[in-house]
Design a protein around this ligand. Structure first.
Ligand code: BGC
Length: 749
């Protein structure tokens, strides 16, 4: 090598950002704040390293562009390579909120625990269980070497047909926001970044990649965005996923209002990533506040946050400080949850499978809802002699929802050969058979099964039995909404026919949403088991036989029919758009984009709509029966109305007035001085022995009984009298109430 070449080489070496030991000490120093450590890291990074950090690569072979899996990836939704010289771990990014997914068996044979559907988790009304749910999923992710989990979902269920309601947490912002916040904390306690999604108004699945959701600021802040606000402020998730849909004209992932709201108003320090195929631009998105482009190499039209971003920064179209901020936010999240200091590596140690499945089962047992129980037909006696089990593949397993959140259960999923075969299908059952669990609980009984496709055979079996349990199912999945609320196929006819056999009939529903039940008056009991997760079979059996006293409540109002819902007709509901070819679908031919105006329910999502319109649904939000009875006997309020941080806590006394021990979901609703529809302001779950009485302290979410004032840019509680009621569901006229008179209160944003 010539001397001149040596000089050149040494000058190149000098120009690579060297980091002084003092700086390295800063980002490695665990006694310093994540902020200080992340800042020090950004300072030490090259431009290429920053760019590398802000876009992920699809990590499943045979993706939309058929690229090989990136080297170092474990196989999952996405991957960002490590930056070893700075100790920055690779981001191994996996779905999702219900458990660790294994799409297309990319990690051969890797099975995991699936939680029950989101309606069950929120239906527990139990923040402690939500934390346990997150912790279990976080532990399973970490064990497999993942450090970013793409859950939990917190879009409000505005309609009972929506394909992904089973991934979300119901219709109420206070319930959904608080439950997901605990879930996030649980995930992150395992050094795994949790992702709150999909910001925002991803209330419709069909045509989700093009639809433009329209809503005013006040209405948005008081509904879906309130759920996100609670989730983000309380849960402090490392990441947020922006949605596919547009909101008020701009794609969510380049919508500066949506992307700035958490950062500017809620003090959010983490990063915002796109949904897969949700990236549409470089400069607009970066300047709006997007931080990471997901699976950029295969899902978007091009990699917007790669070379293009680097050039945009060089040209000054995106400030260097913005790119630094993107990198900072990703690093902050990794440091904050401990993913930097405790890098996840695939472990070959056995997991505590039994403990994890027990958590999933406990959640199912606490969230499954007993809807009807005529003459206390349930719980069943374990000495019953002849049990007929009909339909729903109950001899084999329990139904699960489809799409990216689908988990592969231990023992393998049972995939139906009928119905949708391509993604988000096939329709899959977890191998947790309710029938086997029933046999185990009633060992002396003859338990016989009829598949239900032959109605004549089913009726014959029913007439020879002492009790009939019909399992009725309705699948739902990501990417499309159900067309109606009917049970598919012959199931209504089957139930009607079996009910005529004159034997007690119990219907167990496994559905992603409420369904119409034309046979309701002809059956004795109805149990809504939603999608009950990988231990769903024993959970259902334990409820049927009273080993567990049901305490789940509806987190979504159950209409009598679609005529009662705010948007009876949703164009294209039931249709799938071209999800198989997202790249083609996202070509910027934006002609004919559908808009969906949320101008009917506005902020009055769910039960508030029914209250405002004086419509009596079949079952309201919060409804659910128990094998015992509860009574609210007293409510008092403790107020601390200081200017800075006003708080009100309700002390609610609840009594178990029945003969069995049980748990009650204590619900507190508030009404504002103008008498606008009430809203859940607080909740908790309490266990009470038969005859026992307890006083529960419930802090009230004051934003739920405040107005968001767009001009003043703050939450205001107008002066006047507020009514605070403890009652057993949102529309109940019973319960105990108290009032409080307030002068105008402004809440900190
Ligand atoms: C879904 C996201 C999911 C992502 C990665 C998208 O289709 O909308 O929720 O996390 O895929 O699988």
């Amino acid at each position: 090598m010539k001397l001149s070449q040596l000089f050149l080489l040494s000058s190149i070496l000098v120009s690579i950002p060297s980091f002084a030991h003092a700086e390295e000490a800063t980002w490695k120093d665990t006694s310093l704040s994540p902020e200080a450590r992340a800042k020090a890291l950004v300072k030490a990074m090259t431009q290429d390293e920053k760019i590398q950090l802000v876009h992920s690569l699809y990590a499943i072979p045979n993706g939309p562009k058929n690229l090989p899996m990136p080297k170092g990836a474990l196989g999952s939704a996405a991957y960002v390579p490590s930056i070893e010289r700075l100790g920055i771990p690779a981001q191994q990014i996996t779905d999702a909120g219900l458990g660790v997914a294994n799409p297309g068996n990319v990690r051969p044979g890797d099975a995991a625990t699936s939680l029950p559907s989101g309606q069950i988790l929120s239906g527990t009304f139990d923040p402690k269980l939500a934390y346990e749910a997150g912790k279990m999923t976080g532990a399973e992710a970490f064990h497999r070497g993942f450090n970013v989990l793409l859950g939990g979902g917190v879009v409000l269920a505005r309609d009972p047909r929506i394909g992904r309601n089973f991934e979300y947490l119901g219709e109420d912002p206070v319930l959904a926001g608080n439950i997901v916040a605990e879930q996030v904390k649980g995930v992150q306690s395992e050094h795994v970044v949790s992702t709150v999604k999909h910001l925002a108004f991803n209330n419709i699945e069909t045509n989700r990649k093009k639809i433009d959701m329209k809503i005013g600021e006040k209405e948005g802040r008081e509904s879906d965005l309130l759920a996100f606000e609670i989730a983000i402020k309380k849960g402090n998730p490392g990441s947020i996923m922006c949605a596919y849909n547009k909101v008020n004209g701009d794609y969510s992932c380049e919508n500066s209002y949506l992307l700035q709201l958490p950062k500017k108003d809620w003090g959010y320090q983490g990063y915002v990533m796109t949904d897969w195929g949700g990236g549409h631009s470089t400069v607009k998105a970066a300047n709006a506040g997007l931080d990471q482009e997901s699976a950029a190499d295969q899902f978007d039209n091009k990699i917007y946050f790669g070379k293009d971003l680097q050039e945009a920064v060089a040209k000054g179209e995106v400030q260097q400080s913005r790119l630094d901020d993107m990198a900072y936010r990703v690093l902050y999240a990794l440091i904050q949850v401990g993913a930097y200091d405790h890098p996840a590596t695939k472990s070959d140690q056995p997991e505590d499978v039994a403990a994890h499945e027990a958590i999933s089962q406990k959640i199912a047992e606490n969230g499954i809802v007993l809807l009807q129980n005529k003459q206390n037909i349930l719980p069943l006696s374990t000495t019953v002699k002849n049990i007929a089990i009909i339909g729903g593949h109950a001899n084999e397993g329990v139904l699960s929802g489809g799409g990216s959140s689908q988990v592969t259960a231990r023992g393998g999923n049972i995939k139906l050969k009928t119905g949708m075969q391509t993604w988000p299908g096939p329709v899959s059952y977890f191998p947790s058979s309710p029938m086997k669990a029933i046999e185990a609980l009633a060992p002396e009984a003859k338990v016989k099964f009829a598949a239900g496709d032959n109605i004549h055979e089913a009726v014959k079996l029913a007439s020879q039995s002492d009790v009939v349990i019909v399992f009725a199912t309705k699948w739902s999945a990501e990417s499309f909404d159900n067309a109606n609320l009917s049970l598919p196929g012959n199931q209504d006819h089957l139930i009607e026919s079996v009910a005529k056999a004159g034997k007690p009939v119990i219907v167990v529903l496994e559905t992603g949403n409420p369904v119409e039940m034309p046979w309701l008056n002809n059956v004795d009991a109805v149990v809504e088991a939603w999608f009950p997760g990988t231990s769903g079979g024993p959970a259902i059996a334990n409820i049927l036989f009273g080993k567990v006293n049901p305490s789940g409540r509806l987190s979504i109002t159950w209409p009598k029919s679609l005529a009662q819902v705010p948007y009876p007709k949703i164009t294209n509901a039931g249709q799938r758009w071209n999800e198989d070819d997202p790249v083609k679908e996202d070509k910027p031919d934006l002609s004919g984009i559908a808009t969906f105006n949320l101008d009917v329910d506005k902020a009055n999502v769910g039960y508030r709509w029914y209250e405002a319109k004086k419509i009596t649904p079949l079952y309201p939000f919060g409804y659910g029966l128990s094998y015992t009875t509860f009574k609210y006997t007293k409510i008092t309020l403790n107020n601390n109305l200081s200017e800075k941080n006003p708080t009100i806590t309700a002390e609610v006394t609840v009594e178990n007035t029945g003969k069995r021990d049980g748990e009650d979901a204590v619900q507190v609703y508030g009404t504002m001085p103008d008498g606008s529809p009430s809203r859940l302001v607080g909740f908790n779950k309490v266990a009470l022995k038969a005859g026992e009485s307890k006083t529960v302290s419930i802090p009230l979410a004051l934003q739920a009984i405040a107005n968001y004032e767009s001009k003043a840019h703050r939450w205001e509680m107008p002066a006047g009298e507020y009514t605070i009621t403890a009652k057993s569901n949102a529309l109940s006229t019973e319960g105990v109430k108290t009032t409080v008179h307030l002068n105008q209160l402004n809440l900190a944003d």
